[in-house]
Design a protein around this ligand. Structure first.
Ligand SMILES: [Zn+2]
Length: 403
C-alpha cells in the first residue's frame, strides 16, 4: 500500500469546515469533497461507484450471477469539532480490505456504503441513508429545516439528489447477506483490555423521558427552609438516585443530561424544573426494570418535597442484537490479530441500528485512545486500523453466502 491508513484518514479530515477537529455535515461542500476522495479510493479497489438519491455513496463489487450482496460501511459526517475516525474509518477500512482482495473471487457481491448522516447535527433527524435502504425512511422529514432555514429537501436537491426517488432505494426485496459496520469503540474497554478489536454483541436499547417537577416559586429570603417546596432540591435528589440506581444495575447506564430551572433567578426558590432522562441497557427486560426503579424513586422523592411530578416517555428503542453467524465469523477472523476474542455491547447508536430493519447486522469495534470520541483528540493507531483491515479480509474470505 502506498499511503498509510493514517495518511488517508488525515486527508479525509481536511474535508471539513474551518476550526479545530472535523466538522463535516451532510449535503455540504465538505461532504462533496469527502465523496470525491472516497470515490477515488473505491475506484482503486475496483468498485463501481454511484450516489443514490438519499446521498449514500455506493461502491459495488459485482458477485456471481444471482449471488446475494454483503453491505459494509458507515457514515461520512461528523459532529461539530469532532474527530477524524468516527464514521469515516468504517468507510475506508472495508475499501482497503477490498483493494487487497481485488483479484480474488468472492461468492457474493459487496457494497461499501458511505452514508450521508448519522450524527444528526444539521437536521433534527438522522440515519437518512441507512433508513432509505432499509425501507424505513419517513418522507415527512424532508420538510425539516436546518439552522439556516434550508429544508432537508432543498439541501438534498442542491446536492444533486432527487429525494422523491428515496422510496425506490428500499432494498427489502433484494438478496442482502447482511450489513457489517466497523467503528471506533467510543469507550475505554478495548484499551483497558489491551485489545485492538472487539466484536459487538448488540446495540443497546434506549428509553428517553422528560420529567417536569413543580414546586412553589417564592422569595429566597423570607420563606423558612421547612416550608419550602423547592423543585430543584427535589430534582437534585432525583439526579443522585438516577446515578445510584444505574450504578447498582449491573450494566445499565442512565443520565440526566438536561436541566431547565425556572424562574432561574438568584433570589427565587425554584418553582419548576424540567429535565431529561436517558436509560440504556444491553437487554430490554433489564432496561424496563431500571426505568421502573428510577421512576418509582422519582415519584417518592417528589412527594417527600411536596412537589408534583410528571414523567413522560418520549422515545423507546429496543436492543438491536448482532447476528450470531457474523459474530462468530468476526471472532474467528479477529483471532489472527489478537490472542483472545473480546465481545462487548455498543452503548451508542450506529447506522447498523437502522440497517437491522433490513438484514442481519454485525459490528467490529476498533480501540481508540482513552475512549475519546466526538472530539478533535479522537485517535486510532495505524497498527490497529491495519489489524482491522486484516480481520475484514479474513472475514470476507471465510463468509459463506449459503450458510
Ligand atoms: Zn459514528
Amino acid at each position: 500500500m502506498t499511503a498509510s491508513i493514517s495518511t488517508i484518514m488525515a486527508s479525509l479530515a481536511k474535508c471539513s469546515q474551518p476550526g479545530s477537529g472535523v466538522t463535516r455535515l451532510p449535503f455540504t461542500d465538505q461532504h462533496r469533497q469527502a465523496n470525491a476522495m472516497i470515490t477515488a479510493l473505491m475506484e482503486k479497489a475496483g468498485l463501481h461507484v454511484s450516489l443514490d438519491d438519499a446521498g449514500t455513496l455506493v461502491g459495488r463489487r459485482q458477485g456471481p450471477e444471482g449471488a446475494p450482496t454483503l453491505l459494509m460501511g458507515s457514515h461520512q459526517d461528523s459532529v461539530r469539532n469532532g474527530g477524524r475516525f468516527d464514521g469515516a474509518m468504517g468507510i475506508i477500512l472495508p475499501i482497503l480490505a477490498l483493494t487487497d482482495l481485488k483479484d480474488i473471487e468472492l461468492p457474493f457481491a459487496v457494497e461499501v456504503l458511505a452514508f450521508p448522516d448519522e450524527e444528526g447535527v444539521r437536521f433534527p433527524t438522522t440515519l437518512i441513508g441507512s433508513r432509505a435502504i432499509a425501507g424505513s425512511f419517513d418522507m415527512d422529514v424532508l420538510s425539516y429545516h436546518d439552522a439556516d432555514g434550508i429544508s432537508l429537501r432543498q439541501a438534498m436537491q442542491s446536492f444533486g439528489l432527487k429525494p422523491d426517488n428515496i422510496p425506490q432505494l428500499d432494498r427489502r426485496n433484494s438478496r442482502i447477506l447482511g450489513f457489517v459496520e466497523v467503528h471506533i469503540e467510543q469507550g475505554p474497554i478495548l484499551e483497558d483490555m489491551n485489545m485492538p478489536v472487539g466484536i459487538v454483541t448488540s446495540i443497546a436499547g434506549v428509553d428517553r423521558f422528560t420529567i417536569s417537577i413543580t414546586g412553589v416559586a417564592n422569595h429566597a429570603g423570607t420563606i423558612p427552609m421547612e416550608k419550602r417546596k423547592d423543585a430543584l432540591v427535589a430534582a437534585s435528589e432525583m439526579v443522585l438516585a438516577v446515578n445510584r440506581l444505574a450504578t447498582e444495575s449491573n450494566g445499565g447506564k442512565a443520565t440526566v443530561g438536561q436541566l431547565g430551572v425556572f424562574p432561574n433567578a438568584v433570589n427565587v426558590i425554584p418553582g419548576q424544573v424540567d429535565m431529561t432522562l436517558d436509560i440504556r441497557f444491553d437487554n430490554d427486560a433489564s432496561r424496563d426494570q431500571l426505568g421502573e426503579d428510577i421512576t418509582t424513586a422519582m415519584v417518592a422523592i417528589a412527594a417527600e418535597h411536596g412537589t408534583e411530578i410528571v414523567i413522560t416517555k418520549t422515545y423507546s428503542q429496543a436492543v438491536t442484537p448482532c447476528d450470531a453467524v457474523f459474530r462468530e465469523k468476526l471472532a474467528e477472523a479477529s483471532r489472527q490479530v489478537q490472542p483472545e476474542t473480546i465481545e462487548l455491547s455498543s452503548g451508542a447508536f450506529h447506522d447498523a441500528s437502522a440497517m437491522a430493519d433490513l438484514c442481519s447486522v454485525g459490528m467490529l469495534f476498533v480501540r481508540c485512545r482513552e475512549g475519546i470520541s466526538h472530539h478533535p483528540d479522537e485517535m486510532v493507531e495505524e497498527e490497529d486500523m491495519a489489524r482491522a483491515v486484516e480481520v475484514l479480509k479474513r472475514f470476507l474470505l471465510d463468509l459463506d453466502p449459503d450458510n
